[in-house]
Design a protein around this ligand. Structure first.
Ligand code: CA
Length: 220
């Protein structure tokens, strides 16, 4: 999952990047409203953390522009503490959730998990595809109730696929959603990680759809 962090305060931006990075997300950051708007229009993020007070273009205008253009990614707005009216206009402008500054890291992560889950139409934080289960809260993956150890990259890939059970996901989509923009993206590495996941989870779990991409089997 890849996030856009739009926050102009350098210390907070760095804290947010570290927080979501440690939680396994790829993330791009910007401190400018015009750049944030452009990125949200031109790239597919799984969720956006949007500060309302951005230089260049304020967060509300950015959010309204995205929604008017039909951009549907989940957006969590960061508001000033006690500014209840900011929450109201933020939600009315198309925000999916808000958090007042200062906030606690675990709360931000929980809200992001819920937003991403809901936008995928999944009711439970515990994802299940046949005998494979992934708990998005703890990061624990099990096969037939036995815990499986995955590397960070393997986990990210499985996490993305399990949010789209039964759907074909192209290599280009995986590359875009698993790596930040400044990461050296090489779509061949996706194939390597798929191979490793198949060894750990059973070869039939992740199917190759020739010429199109991969699909995780939702059932056994
Ligand atoms: Ca700000």
């Amino acid at each position: 999952m890849r996030l856009l962090i739009a926050e102009d305060e350098p210390t907070l931006q760095a804290q947010l990047l570290r927080l979501v990075g440690e939680a396994g997300y790829a993330a791009d950051a910007t401190g400018d409203g015009v750049d944030a708007e452009y990125r949200g229009m031109s790239e597919d993020f799984d969720a956006v953390v949007l500060d309302l007070g951005l230089p260049g273009r304020d967060g509300l205008a950015v959010l309204r522009a995205w929604r008017e253009a039909g951009r549907a990614m989940p957006v969590l707005v960061l508001t000033a503490r006690g500014a209840w009216h900011e929450k109201v206009v933020g939600m009315d402008a198309g925000a999916d959730d808000y958090l007042a500054k200062p906030f606690h890291g675990p709360e931000l992560l929980a809200r992001l998990r819920a937003l991403i889950r809901r936008s995928a139409g999944l009711p439970s934080p515990r994802l299940r595809c046949g005998n494979v289960s992934l708990d998005t809260r703890s990061g624990r993956v099990t096969l037939d109730d036995e815990e499986i150890s995955l590397t960070a990259h393997e986990y990210r890939l499985l996490h993305y696929l399990m949010h789209r059970p039964g759907s074909i996901v192209s290599r280009a989509e995986l590359t875009e959603h698993l790596y930040a923009q400044d990461f050296d993206r090489d779509s061949n590495t996706i194939e390597v990680f798929v191979g490793r996941l198949r060894k750990k989870l059973g070869a039939a779990r992740i199917q190759t759809v020739r010429g199109l991409g991969y699909r995780i089997a939702p059932d056994d």
